[in-house]
Ligand binder design. Structure first.
Ligand code: MN
Length: 256
């Protein structure tokens, strides 16, 4: 099946919890290296309780090989226990370290011809941008239209102030993690990108799903169902103030 885009179905998939002295010893990076040698797919992340979590899928040999590695870990680790449970394969196309900042994100509220919010994610040194007319939501039931617009320079992230036709405030900002089964930026090119925001207002997993390609690609911005989700809320209405200067966009324009 050479050249086929369809990947072979994973023969095996496991979730492993590695306990002992396993954080701060290069465990994630060593697991990533070994997984890539073996052709195992999935992810590794540090857990808050000091353990390391691994999702591994692929051929039985690749998964078994990675589990054997986890029993020892890298030099400097002291593994007390590896708890393994079989899980469903998730269709990963990479092995990645999760829970690591990929860069910054910013949401700027922008009064122009039309009022909107600009969501910007740092990807390869530039800010990929989407204009979100109604702004983001923390409610997983709400899908918000997000129109892809031109990249912005990272230096624009701190811009806040009146403009000729209105004004801009920094409505939220912070770091973010790239997630999902497909590596970035291919995930964006394919039109389905999952990420985790660590902002002051926006927190947890989000997805951007492209619904219409073309000159001005249209996407949906959706909060994922996780511990940070706030069903029934309207974060844009409830938290209108700038995280930079503290004023609302209306106040800023009135003062300008
Ligand atoms: Mn804008």
């Amino acid at each position: 099946m050479a050249g086929s885009a369809k990947k072979a179905k994973a023969e095996a998939a496991v979730r492993a919890t590695v306990r002992g002295r396993v954080q701060e010893v290069g465990f994630r990076e060593a697991t990533l290296g070994r997984a890539r040698e073996l052709g195992a797919l999935g992810w590794v992340r540090n857990a808050e309780d000091g353990s390391v979590l691994i999702h591994a899928e692929g051929s039985q040999a690749a998964v078994d090989g990675l589990l054997a590695f986890l029993g020892d870990g890298p030099p400097g680790a002291a593994v007390d226990e590896v708890a393994v449970e079989p899980v469903k394969a998730e269709g990963h196309e990479q092995f990645a370290v999760r829970g690591v900042d990929a860069g910054v994100f910013v949401v700027q509220e922008h009064a122009a011809t039309a009022h909107h919010f600009d969501l910007r994610l740092e990807v390869d040194g530039t800010m990929r941008s989407w204009a979100v007319p109604k702004g983001p939501s923390m409610d997983p039931a709400v899908k918000r239209l997000a129109v892809e617009v031109g990249d912005h320079d990272v230096s624009h992230n701190e811009f806040e102030g009146p403009t000729a036709g209105g004004g801009v405030i920094v409505w939220d900002r912070g770091g973010y993690e790239q997630g999902g089964r497909v590596a970035w930026p291919q995930a964006l090119e394919r039109g389905h990108a999952v990420f985790v925001l660590h902002g002051e207002k926006l927190r947890g997993g989000f997805a951007l799903q492209r619904t219409r390609p073309g000159e001005k690609p249209q996407w949906l911005l959706i909060k994922r169902r996780d511990d940070e989700a706030q069903p029934g809320t309207d974060v844009v209405a409830e938290q209108p103030h700038s995280v930079l200067g503290g004023s609302t966009l209306e106040e800023l324009i009135a003062a300008g």
